[in-house]
Design a protein around this ligand. Structure first.
Ligand SMILES: Nc1ncnc2c1ncn2[C@@H]1O[C@H](COP(=O)(O)OP(=O)(O)O)[C@@H](O)[C@H]1O
Ligand SMILES: O=C(CO)[C@@H](O)[C@H](O)COP(=O)(O)O
Length: 536
């Protein structure tokens, strides 16, 4: 019998870009089980790279919905085979990569409610989707729909004030508008549209799960102040959209009990609660127990930076989402598309595909890289909209190549300088008590975290697992169980292990980066002006 038998717990799931992950957290808030299924490695038949398919136009990016379902089957079977005691699961919640959308075909809810425990989920859900390839957050094919949406509500700033963001290509409303315009039949045959998060919750619930306020804020459709769908935005995207989306719910809502499929096949207790699933970044905010004044930096497939906010101040850059753990508050988020996959490319080109070689370059080069600076955006970046690799010497001359170790430092310093500059653009300032909480796959790399600490001039902390979205989902499940008694989230997680210091700023770092940050910002503007012309 496995040593995790008989421990009462909550499960936290994460349906992220490259994998499905799970953790089990016991009542003392210790993580005692972790597992994952990696799409490229474990589900070869879908032929994804980094969990996605990039289409011929270079802009459309999708993932097969049945790959996500099958990944859940595999991970549940692995847990069963390891002796995991499902009968002790009190509640579960989860997270999904943000903005992606799933289109359930008419009749799907009937299938969901009558699943046979003798078969796997993917064997039974084959015919349940009106499109098999779901648009995901890396898609940037909806510029026309974005401009239409902004025009309908009075411009980009007006849309941002209403929904927390100007129109972004990956945001779900614009993706739905594209689907409706290009494939009206599939749209007409769709009974329900889920986010990746609410889709995953629906599998556990055995019926369509509602979208929560926090992940719903990444759609350009939800009014973030009063938390209802904007009729103007819905109308601009597609007809009958409100009925296909269902009503949004607070993020800590219990959306129901687990479906009988999981009770019969895996032995979950019938009373096991499903707490609304949310976006992976909001779930990470919960997992790291972010406090006002802290900065979270997630180094997953995407790089994101997010903050806790009391008052929303929507602008033309970045996003304001409803806060996933406190319904009165908000979070601000910046997303950088060229994150881990860009680091992997440079690692493969310059460091023999080895993270330890990559680290050696960071160890053997000086802070500030002797004035050499680089921008590495193999895919069109979101923050800011730049594509291509651009390298500059200390004299600000564009150069075509750097030595291998200079290239690696230029990549990592550039990525973190961009984060600091754009966070300051949102009005954020590093204060003496500020700490950075780092998470995501690349937070395993101490040399990368050292550069992060040096560029920001702030200590960097990590939690025990880099799967903060999973841990946050399990914490949110405990919160969902307790919320009937109106307990604040901070009270529920007060006994969770504290983050550990991973890197402190090197003496003299602030002086080195002060001048470099100014140069980086100036050169970023120069590239932007060269590529899109001067702003009017
Ligand atoms: N030691 C390491 N150094 C740098 N990056 C790493 C290291 N280990 C893993 N990674 C990166 O972590 C990424 C996956 O991060 P993860 O947070 O699990 O992604 P996601 O949740 O988006 O699926 C990989 O693409 C890989 O590049
Ligand atoms: O688009 C965003 C946030 O706005 C991305 O951060 C996605 O949520 C993908 O997350 P990862 O799989 O990279 O964690």
């Amino acid at each position: 019998m496995a040593d995790h038998a008989g421990r009462r717990c909550c499960l936290g799931w994460d349906f992220s870009t490259q994998q499905v992950k799970v953790v089990a957290v016991d009542a003392e808030l210790n993580v005692f089980y972790e597992d994952s299924v990696h799409f490229d490695r474990d589900l070869l038949e879908f032929g994804t790279q980094g969990g996605v398919h990039v289409h011929e136009d270079g802009l459309t990016v999708t993932s097969p919905v049945l790959m996500w379902v099958q990944a859940l089957d595999i991970i549940l079977e692995k847990m069963k085979a390891s002796g995991f005691d499902f009968s002790q699961v009190l509640a579960l919640s989860g997270a999904g990569q943000q903005h992606g959308s799933v289109y359930w075909k008419a009749g799907a809810s009937q299938v969901l409610t009558s699943l046979s425990p003798d078969l796997l989920l993917h064997e039974q859900l084959q015919a349940c989707f009106s499109i098999s390839d779901c648009p995901v957050w890396m898609d940037s094919s909806t510029t026309a729909q974005c401009r239409q949406l902004e025009a309908t509500v009075g411009g980009a700033q007006a849309l941002s004030c209403l929904t927390g963001s100007r129109a972004y290509e990956r945001f779900t409303g614009n993706q739905i508008a594209k689907l409706y315009q290009q494939n009206p039949e599939a749209y007409a045959h769709t009974e329900r549209i889920s986010l990746v998060s609410s889709f995953a919750a629906s599998l556990f619930l055995g019926s369509h799960s509602p979208i929560d306020y926090s992940d719903g804020s990444g759609m350009n459709l939800l009014r973030i102040q009063d938390k209802v769908w904007s009729q103007a935005c819905l109308g601009a995207c597609a007809p009958h959209l409100e009925e296909k989306l269902g009503l949004p719910v607070p993020s800590c809502s219990v959306v129901g009990a687990i479906s009988s499929y999981f009770v019969q096949r895996y032995g979950f207790p019938p009373a096991c609660k499903v707490v609304a699933f949310t976006g992976d970044n909001p779930a990470s905010l919960a997992g790291m127990r972010l406090e006002e004044g802290d900065i979270a930096v997630s180094l997953g497939t995407s790089d994101t930076l997010f903050l806790w906010l009391q008052e929303p101040r929507p602008t033309l850059e970045g996003h304001i989402f409803c806060n996933p753990v406190d319904p009165q508050h908000y979070m601000a988020l910046l997303c950088f598309k060229n994150g881990s996959l860009m680091r992997e490319k440079i690692r493969d080109e310059m460091a023999s595909s080895s993270w330890s070689e990559f680290s050696k370059a960071l160890q053997s080069t000086e802070m500030g890289n002797s004035g050499n600076l680089g921008f590495y955006f193999d895919v069109m970046e979101i923050t800011p909209e730049i594509i291509g690799r651009h390298r500059f010497s200390a004299e600000n001359h564009e150069v075509s190549a750097f030595p291998w170790d200079v290239e690696i430092r230029a990549l990592i310093e550039g990525q973190f300088m961009a984060k600091k500059i754009h966070a300051e653009g949102l009005g954020y300032r590093v204060m003496p008590k500020t700490k950075i909480l780092a998470t995501g796959g690349a937070s395993h790399n101490r040399d990368i975290l050292q550069v992060l600490a040096d560029v920001f001039g702030t200590p960097v902390y990590v939690i025990d697992t880099a799967n903060s979205a999973c841990v946050g989902s399990a914490y949110r499940a405990f919160h969902g169980l307790a919320a009937g008694t109106d307990v604040p989230f901070s009270e529920v997680v007060k006994l969770a292990p504290n983050p550990r210091l991973a890197a402190a700023p090197t003496p003299g770092a602030s002086q080195v980066y002060e001048a470099l940050l100014q140069r980086y910002a100036m050169l970023e503007q120069r590239i932007l002006t060269q590529t899109r012309g001067p702003l009017e």
